[in-house]
Ligand binder design. Structure first.
Ligand code: CTP
Length: 414
């Protein structure tokens, strides 16, 4: 998961370096965004070296005679960073930053990113005691406390850099990490008690002992779905074809490695009756050699003909076996994805098809980003280009909305 660490300008800014390290130890990727004042207290290089990520300091590149396309890209970078963030942690958050956030001012990278993100926001204020107690600051804090998705990690009391003793000291760093973890878990456990089947990656169909038919699927989309579902509380069975990417080994995910379409079909269909939701993201080979050669095929001058037969269609088989399950398939298309996806929705008795145009550069097959259409009986919706982890969350939101209420959820009449 990616955490954007906003650092604003106060003495406590030096503690952001230690916080970045703690967040990394907890398994998060960290990207730091520093305000101009923060850079008076800590060098961006310190955070860049610790996080291994570019530290963002300015909304606009330094004034140059002629603006380049790279400058234009930098000017909209806050949107990309905002979309990729799983959470925004601002530590320390100064009185000025709290005021800007409370009122929606967007005049630098951090405040602009704040408005552009929909991720949870964790604010750890630190300032002089009188600034903390000021009615303006308290009013802004009240506004932010009441804002959905916002968590304030209240400052501690103690000796302050200004020489005063009282509230205003940045909270313990461990308390900030704990608040982040609670915020990420909260409201996101909507798949607790659910069992989810996910297929991912390509399959390989042997031609002879050393050669096979396959495709360019990296498995990343399916792996992102498995991780996101597990994080939301589901028990996940991930049936994974062979890829270079490592399948996620997080708790809550059982990985069943397979090689061929036949093996993937057997593993997936054995699991299907026991799950609530099945998302078939694998790029299954549609055909396999009828008779794979037992020995390596030798080269001759004559053309080589391979006779191919269809593999089992796992999605269609799940569609036929469907009882209570919600069934989600993918449609990788080179033509019009919506029309083709809608045809697959009906042909395979799926509840939702995630359709994408695999010819788009930088999205889909073997890429880290995707842009897709979600197609259901009630219509279709485009998900704008975003990292696959983000797209995974949006697919799960849509799939979770189709699930019948969990038996553990009781309606209470007031
Ligand atoms: N799929 C499957 N078993 C197969 C082929 C595909 O379960 N043998 C699933 C994929 O996991 C995906 C969906 O079917 O969820 C659509 O895959 P795609 O290859 O786009 O569609 P096909 O049905 O194979 O149709 P075509 O290749 O003709 O577009």
């Amino acid at each position: 998961m990616k955490i954007v660490l906003g650092v604003s300008g106060g003495i406590a800014a030096y503690k952001a370096a230690e916080l970045a390290r703690l967040l990394q130890q907890a398994g998060y990727r960290v990207q730091a965004v520093m305000t101009r004042a923060a850079r008076e207290f800590v060098a961006p290089m310190t955070l860049a070296a610790l996080t291994g990520e570019k530290v963002i300091t300015d909304l606009f590149p330094p004034e140059t005679a002629a603006a380049s396309p790279a400058d234009a890209e930098a000017a909209i970078e806050h949107i990309a960073v905002a979309q990729a963030a799983d959470a925004l942690v601002v530590a320390p958050a100064t009185a000025h930053v709290l005021a800007k956030f409370a009122h929606g001012f967007a005049d630098d990278f951090l405040s602009t990113l704040y408005l552009a993100t929909t991720a949870p926001v964790i604010l750890a204020p630190a300032m002089n005691l009188n600034m903390w107690r000021h009615a303006a600051t308290q009013a802004n804090l009240e506004t932010l406390r009441r804002r959905p998705g916002h968590v304030l990690v209240e400052p501690g009391a103690g000796y302050l850099a200004c020489g005063m003793v009282g509230e205003g000291r940045l909270a313990e760093l461990e308390a900030i990490v704990a608040a982040l973890e609670r915020a990420l878990a909260q409201g996101q456990r909507d798949l607790a008690g659910r069992k989810v089947l996910i297929t991912a990656g390509p399959t390989r169909e042997a031609i002879d002992p050393v050669r096979y038919l396959s495709n360019r699927s990296s498995g990343k989309m399916g792996f992102a779905l498995a991780e996101a579902a597990a994080r939301r509380g589901a028990a996940v069975v991930l049936v994974a074809g062979p890829t270079a990417a490592e399948p996620p080994r997080a708790s809550g995910i059982e990985v069943i490695p397979v090689t061929t379409a036949e093996e993937m079909a057997a593993a997936a269909l054995a699991q299907f009756p026991h799950v609530d939701l099945a998302i078939l993201a694998a790029a299954v080979a549609d055909y396999r050699p009828v008779k794979p050669a037992g020995e390596k095929i030798k080269k001759t001058a004559a053309p080589l003909h391979l006779e191919l037969e269809p593999t089992p269609d796992i999605l269609a088989a799940c569609g036929r076996a469907k009882r209570h399950q919600i069934l989600v398939g993918f449609a990788a298309e080179t033509g019009s994805p919506v029309a083709a996806g809608r045809a697959k929705l009906q042909a395979k008795a799926a509840d939702m098809i995630v359709a994408n145009d695999v010819t788009l550069p930088g999205a889909g097959f073997d890429a880290d980003e995707n842009e897709v259409f979600l197609i259901t009986a009630s219509g279709d919706r485009k998900l704008e280009r975003a990292p696959k982890s983000k797209i995974a969350g949006q697919i799960l939101d849509a799939a979770a909305a189709l699930l019948a209420p969990s038996p553990s959820v009781r309606l209470v009449r007031a």
